[in-house]
Design a protein around this ligand. Structure first.
Ligand code: IMP
Length: 211
């Protein structure tokens, strides 16, 4: 069985990866002692840059293994693509480009959502388009082998709806099934989400790249 290691300390993400990968006969593992490794600073200007940087640096701690890292976020067209790579800490007061981007200084979901809503005040529904983006990068021994991008297109509501999920899910209306991402079950979310789409591309690549 082929194996990939996921560079995350998030048990939920590991479970999602493991469930999807099993169907492809791929074993999923964590990086040994992940939590004691130095944090990789996510200071790239694109999701690809951040995912590659994390995959490459963490792969040096697991020689010979394929290591996968992700970066994800919300792009709102009326906000010129913001919050984008700053999604996790959009409500931080220093987020004006003058301070270094601190990977461990995320702000809470409610504050991030409030900032997006404030900035979209008065913008009509047809101009509230946006997308969730997830990029997965696979690296071995410090070199990226491939990146895989998944997106989900939607509309940013003017008030939250739904109790499931996390982050910007309650604001993200997905017209394809007439629900916000916070109104989806875990199964529906992995079927329609940016993360599910990126993961399916990664797994197809793993199928083709079998040594
Ligand atoms: P990360 O890539 O897991 O660090 O996610 C970055 C940030 O993007 C999160 O903190 C959320 O604010 C946002 N985000 C990424 N994926 C999702 C999602 O599936 N739902 C809601 N928010 C998300």
């Amino acid at each position: 069985m082929r194996r990939i290691l996921i560079a995350t300390s998030n048990a939920g993400k590991l479970r999602d990866f493991a469930g999807a990968a099993m169907v492809h006969g791929i074993e999923i593992g964590g990086i040994p002692n992940f939590n004691s490794l130095p944090l990789v600073v996510e200071d790239g200007s694109t999701f690809e840059e951040n995912a590659r940087k994390k995959a490459e640096e963490y792969s040096l701690h697991a020689p010979g293994e394929i290591v996968v890292a992700d970066d994800s976020g919300l792009e709102v067209d009326a906000l010129k693509g913001a919050p984008g790579v700053h999604s996790a800490r959009y409500a931080a007061p220093d987020l004006d480009g003058t301070e270094p981007h601190l990977a461990d200084a995320n702000t809470d979901d409610e504050a991030n959502n409030a900032r997006v809503l404030r900035e979209l005040t008065g913008i009509p529904t047809e101009k509230r388009t946006g997308r969730f983006v997830c990029v997965l990068a696979a690296a071995r021994d410090g070199t990226t082998l491939g990146t895989f991008r998944g997106t989900a297109e939607g509309i940013i509501l003017d008030a939250p709806r739904g109790k499931n999920g996390f982050g910007y899910d309650p604001l993200f209306y997905f017209p394809q099934i007439g629900k916000t991402f916070a109104e989806l079950s875990a199964e529906e979310k992995s079927k329609y989400s940016h993360r599910g789409a990126a993961l399916r591309k990664l797994l197809e690549w793993c199928d083709g790249a079998r040594p």
